[in-house]
Design a protein around this ligand. Structure first.
Ligand code: NI
Length: 174
């Protein structure tokens, strides 16, 4: 396992659609392991492959509250089959938008089909934080970020600040 660099918005790759995987092999499993390590060390509760620059439909999630009890969920080709009409609001952040949070309203429950680490078809009914997290991560696979749900004014303000932060960061690195 190795930790990967997380891509920060604005970056055009974060706006691209990720591709479906045809098969699950050791290369994919290795990638999922790397994603998990990257997410835990960030730390974060969810990460999509595009955030480490790989346009494949892979997601890792761990919403367990106790730090010493890991409960990773690895999703290959996740797809939302149905969503509840009822909604819930969670404060969301994103490893690609460090330091920014906003309350986002999403369907409270969702039913998701995916392929698991062992290559087998699986389904999960998600509610609460897990439902929000899965929807947030699947959005990443379609080039959507949580700030897209905000008003243009708020979104532009965050983007402007991120551009400035990136410039400062580059100065230090160079
Ligand atoms: Ni995110």
């Amino acid at each position: 396992m190795s930790k990967k660099k997380i891509i920060i918005e604005p970056d055009p790759i974060l706006r691209q659609k990720s591709i479906y995987l045809e098969k699950v092999d050791d290369e994919i499993r290795c990638l999922l392991d790397d994603m998990l390590e990257t997410m835990y060390s960030a730390p974060g509760i969810g990460l999509a492959a595009v955030q480490i620059g790989i346009l494949k439909r892979l997601v890792v999630i761990d919403v367990s509250k106790e730090k010493d009890k890991k409960n990773p969920l690895l999703l290959i080709n996740p797809e939302i089959i149905s969503k509840s009409k009822s909604t819930s609001i969670h404060e969301e952040g994103c490893l690609s938008l460090p330091g920014y949070f906003a309350e986002i309203e999403r369907p409270a429950e969702c039913y998701v089909k995916y392929i698991g680490y062992n290559g087998k078809k699986k389904e999960i009914k998600a509610s609460g934080l897990l439902s929000t997290c899965i929807q947030h991560e699947i959005d990443h696979l379609d080039g959507v970020l949580f700030i897209d749900y905000l008003s243009k004014l708020k979104r532009d303000m965050i983007l402007k600040k991120l551009v400035k932060q990136k410039k400062e960061l580059n100065k230090i690195v160079l």
